[in-house]
Design a protein around this ligand. Structure first.
Ligand SMILES: Nc1ncnc2c1ncn2[C@@H]1O[C@H](COP(=O)(O)OP(=O)(O)O)[C@@H](O)[C@H]1O
Ligand SMILES: CC(=O)N[C@@H](CCC(=O)OP(=O)(O)O)C(=O)O
Length: 261
C-alpha cells in the first residue's frame, strides 16, 4: 500500500479564533509523515472588506468576486492568513511553505462561466500539478495552500477552499494513500443543528440526501459534503469531517463524521 498523506483543510471560523487556531496548528504539527494544509479565511476577508467599505455578497456559498474584492482576497488569503499560519507552524517545528495555486503552478483554474450568476474572478479548478507538490513533500516541506488559483491569462482567481482541498487530495491520490480531513468548529456533521453533540458518525450519499431534504444539512455544509463525496469517488482513501481540536483523534481512531460511498 502507498504511503499515507494527510490533506487537512481548516476553515475561517477556526482561523479567526487565535486560541483555537493555535491549538489546531499544534495538533497539525504532530501528524507524522507527509502532510498538506489547505486553509480558508472567508470570515476574515469579509471583515477586512467591510473595513474598506466593500460589501460581501455570497451566492450558494461562493463569494461574488469583483476586482476590488479580488484585491482583498489576494491580500487576505495569499498574505495575511497564509503567512501567519506559516510563521506559527515554523515555531511548532513544522517546515511550512506558503503557496497560492499560482506558486509553482500547482493549481490552475478557469474563470467560472457566467450562467445565471456572474461570480466575477472565481476559478473552477482545471489542473493540479501533483508532481510539483510531491517534490515539495519529498524535500520535507509542508505545503500550506491558500484558496487562490490562476488561469492561462495569468489572472488570480478566488477559489473555494473546500474545493481546493478536495482537488489536491484527488491529485495526490496518484502518489499516496490520500486522507482528506475537513476541520471546522463543530464536532462533525450534525443530525440536529441545535445539538452540538448530535454527530452523525458515518454519512452515505443516501443519508446525506435525506438529511438535506429535511433541511438539517444546509448552508456551507452542502458544498463541503459535495466536495467530500467527490474526493472519495475519485480515489481518496478516507474523508472525515471533524472538530479542529479532534484532528489527531480522527487520524488515530475515529472522530467526527466519516464519509462513505
Ligand atoms: N448538519 C450540519 N452539521 C454541522 N454544520 C452544519 C450543518 N448544516 C449546516 N452547517 C453549517 O456549516 C458550516 C460549515 O461550513 P462553512 O461555513 O463553509 O465552514 P468552513 O469555515 O469550515 O469552510 C457550519 O459552521 C454550520 O453552521
Ligand atoms: C469563491 C469563494 O467563495 N472563495 C472563498 C475562499 C475562502 C474560503 O473558502 O474560506 P472558508 O473555508 O473559511 O469558508 C471565499 O472567498 O469565501
Amino acid at each position: 500500500m502507498a504511503e499515507a498523506l494527510y490533506i487537512i483543510k481548516i476553515g475561517g471560523n477556526v482561523i479567526d479564533n487565535p486560541e483555537a487556531c493555535s491549538r489546531f496548528l499544534s495538533e497539525f504539527s504532530k501528524i507524522p509523515g507527509p502532510k498538506i494544509l489547505v486553509h480558508g479565511g472567508g470570515k476574515i476577508a469579509t471583515q477586512i472588506a467591510a473595513r474598506l467599505q466593500i460589501e460581501t455578497q455570497m451566492v450558494e456559498g461562493r463569494r461574488i468576486t469583483d476586482k476590488p474584492m479580488l484585491d482583498v482576497v489576494t491580500m487576505v488569503y495569499g498574505g495575511l492568513v497564509n503567512k501567519t499560519l506559516v510563521a506559527q507552524l515554523q515555531v511548532s517545528g513544522c517546515n511550512a511553505i506558503g503557496l497560492t495555486g499560482a506558486d509553482g503552478g500547482i493549481i490552475r483554474s478557469v474563470k467560472r462561466p457566467v450562467k445565471t450568476v456572474d461570480y466575477g474572478f472565481v476559478g473552477d479548478i482545471e489542473a493540479v500539478n501533483a508532481s510539483q507538490i510531491n517534490a515539495l513533500l519529498e524535500s520535507n516541506l509542508v505545503p500550506v495552500i491558500a484558496p487562490l488559483t490562476y488561469d492561462k491569462a495569468g489572472t488570480l482567481l478566488n477559489t473555494n477552499a473546500d474545493t481546493m482541498a478536495s482537488a489536491t487530495a484527488i491529485a495526490m491520490a496518484s502518489f499516496y494513500t490520500a486522507n482528506l480531513i475537513y476541520c471546522f468548529e463543530k464536532k462533525g456533521v450534525l443530525s440536529d443543528p441545535d445539538n452540538d453533540d448530535a454527530v452523525i458518525p458515518s454519512l452515505s450519499p443516501v443519508s446525506y440526501l435525506e438529511h438535506k431534504e429535511k433541511g438539517v444539512i444546509n448552508k456551507g455544509m452542502i458544498p463541503k459534503l459535495d466536495n467530500a463525496f467527490a474526493a472519495l469517488q475519485a480515489g481518496v482513501g478516507k474523508v472525515t469531517i471533524c472538530h479542529a481540536d479532534d484532528l489527531l483523534k480522527a487520524i488515530g481512531e475515529q472522530a467526527g463524521t466519516t464519509i462513505t460511498l
